[in-house]
Design a protein around this ligand. Structure first.
Ligand code: NDP
Length: 346
């Protein structure tokens, strides 16, 4: 059995969904009420893969919302309670979606193995980051040529290069894809220097330096909503892969030879018959999902019950190849530009 732990993109959105689901006791509550709300198992589902393997799974809403990020103890409790619920339901492998994996790592939740009378078994959980990184790399490889970018000569900026997903993307691009130049962007210098040493290449740049030089920009950092970028300074054509969460770059950039692709999203070959991805705001919720969620499904299809993606900067090319091959075998594909380009009116 696979599990997906998710959350709403905002408090307002969470209240709207709670009302739709009939959870009236919290739908009308303020943020303090939501801070005390327990996780909810929202839906059970059965899924059949492209090679005929059937699995069962559940979606658990952690009742966390991004407005709680500054409330350290609340955020921690929300993630741990959702994990406890997944384990108590006997789920073999559960993906930590949205901010929950970042909270797990950044708030060092490994120290909190014991939740009431449940000792959390880490091997039952995965961040899903290996599949997310692989999907983002495939999206880059498949879509660049569609807008006239020659990958072998292309300059690629990875914003969030030293993160778990970003470092895996940098590894793949330099060792598997073969690109012209790599620009690595993050705030802290030390991890950037360590990554440069590991890759034996790549240029460390600030965001302002990298953007005007990049044919392709991979965003794998949660950027502040207030971030302002001067579109006139971007290269054209330019491919922007929005791998961060929440996905809001298309509001800022799309149009006039700037192509924004929702990064880390996959499509299943068949309708799944679930409601949970409507909650996760997918454009085609019967088939689309975050790649991190799909990783739990793939691991369940493969009966690979292990914390496949875990910790920081442990993603190897071998693991990316394994999860990528299994992803395609079971009927997942990365979403591409042809499906979703919506140029702005000139
Ligand atoms: P990490 O916390 O491991 O890495 C974040 C990276 O972003 C670090 O390199 C960090 O470096 C950098 N960063 C953060 N803020 C800024 C900033 N203001 N300017 C420049 N760089 C910045 O995160 P993950 O790799 O786990 O996840 C990355 C993103 O991907 C997140 O937004 C996450 O929510 C999203 N995600 C998306 C998924 C999907 O769509 N399918 C699935 C899983 C995650 P530094 O602190 O030095 O700046």
């Amino acid at each position: 059995m696979f599990g997906l732990i998710g959350h709403s993109t905002s408090f307002e959105d969470a209240k709207r969904k709670a009302s739709l689901l009939g959870f009236d006791h919290i739908a009308d509550g303020d943020l303090d009420v939501w801070c005390t709300a327990p996780p909810q198992l929202v839906e059970n589902v059965e899924v059949k893969s492209a090679v005929g393997i059937t699995i069962e799974g559940s979606y658990i809403d952690s009742c966390f919302v991004p407005e709680m990020l500054s409330r350290f103890k609340t955020a921690r409790r929300k993630v741990l309670n959702a994990m406890e619920l997944a384990q108590k339901k006997g789920i073999n492998i559960t993906a930590l979606g949205g901010f929950t994996s970042i909270i797990f790592e950044n708030f060092n939740l490994l120290q909190h193995k014991q939740i009431r009378n449940t000792s959390l078994q880490w091997e039952r959980f995965t961040t899903g980051n290996t599949h997310t990184a692989w999907v983002i790399c495939r999206q880059l490889e498949i879509n660049a040529s569609k807008i006239g970018i020659d990958l072998n000569k292309a300059s690629v900026a990875v914003v969030g290069a030293t993160g778990d997903i970003g470092s895996a993307v940098c590894r793949w691009l330099t060792q598997k894809t073969g690109i012209g130049e790599l620009f690595m962007v993050a705030r802290q210098q030390e991890p950037l220097l360590a990554l440069q040493k590991e890759l034996e290449g790549g240029h460390i740049k600030t965001l302002d330096e990298a953007l005007p030089l990049a044919d392709i920009v991979v965003w794998v950092a949660s950027m502040p909503k207030t971030m302002e970028i001067d579109i006139s300074k971007l290269r054209k054509p330019c491919l922007m892969i929005d791998g961060g969460y929440p996905k809001n770059l298309d509001e800022k950039f799309q149009g006039n030879d700037i192509h924004v692709l929702k990064g880390g999203i996959v499509q299943f070959f068949n309708d799944i018959g679930w409601n949970m991805m409507e909650l996760a705001e997918m454009e085609n919720p019967q088939r689309e999902m975050f790649a991190c969620f799909a990783e739990a499904m793939i691991l369940e299809f493969e009966k690979c019950h292990t914390n496949f993606s875990w910790g920081r900067n442990n993603i190897t090319l071998e693991k990316m190849e394994f999860i990528g091959a299994a992803s395609e075998k079971h009927g997942f594909s990365a979403i591409g530009l042809d499906k979703q380009v919506k140029p702005l009116p000139v």
